[in-house]
Design a protein around this ligand. Sequence first.
Ligand SMILES: CC(C)(COP(=O)(O)OP(=O)(O)OC[C@H]1O[C@@H](n2cnc3c(N)ncnc32)[C@H](O)[C@@H]1OP(=O)(O)O)[C@@H](O)C(=O)NCCC(=O)NCCS
Length: 250
Amino acid sequence: MNYKKIKKEEFERLKKLFPDNEEMWQKYRKQRLEQFNKKEIDVFVIEENNEIIGEITINYINHDLQTETIPRKRVYLEAFRIGKNYQGKGLGQKLLNYVIDNLIQDGYTEFTIGVEETNEIAKHIYFKLGFTEAIDKGHGDEFDPSDYILYLKKIDWYYNIEKLIRETNLGNKISTVDKVIGGLSHRMYKVVTDKGIYAVKELNPNVMKRKEAYSNFLFAEKVTDIAKMNGISAIGTNKINGHVIKTKNF
Ligand SMILES: CC(C)(COP(=O)(O)OP(=O)(O)OC[C@H]1O[C@@H](n2cnc3c(N)ncnc32)[C@H](O)[C@@H]1OP(=O)(O)O)[C@@H](O)C(=O)NCCC(=O)NCCS
């Protein structure tokens, strides 16, 4: 199974996922291709055996509501569909996560999505993935004329890291902050500034609540310092105002 962003030339391949109405498809296709040409949208898909089995469209420009997008910060997600035979297998959630990860790499930190009050499955997925703030109401379009609520998801860690960079003088950020995949207990981010490349670790509050957690952490720092003093290459935490950790919740 392959997740990717499609090129304009591949748009025709989405027809299979579109509700079976040739006239509507032609109208939809025309409108979308115009938006593609103006770089107002992108489409991400799941491919299986050369067939597109899931899709989602990203809008960089408002089409209905002012709250949908904010240039370079917030995008609007729509036309989220998984082929009938593939529904209920977790693919919709995987596609949505894939799309959001990609957009974070491009610097977007806010995501909106519209959902009808009666679409229980979609509502469940959106709430689970953090689209929890209802910010507006819309009335659909000719392709889907139902009323919907617009939900917002914000990537809070992004703002927290920007604050941390400022408050601890790590330098001026020169690229987007990347989440590093792999750690299970804590989270790690790669931060590139004009002063250096940093690994920023967000400590899991539940793990740090354990009695021995903080002393283990300090012990690891002491070992690192002793290693460094003896010429062994080791990288410890940045000391801020003489403290190993200064901030709480960043
Ligand atoms: C909405 C859609 C894209 C979801 O894709 P999917 O691959 O079927 O979804 P997933 O398998 O990833 O997830 C389904 C989730 O809904 C849950 N679910 C299933 N039936 C449910 C119900 N009646 N009420 C609430 N949740 C339900 C499942 O338990 C699962 O959640 P979990 O992983 O926490 O257990 C797909 O169903 C679809 O294409 N629907 C038609 C178009 C549509 O409605 N698009 C959304 C427009 S807003």
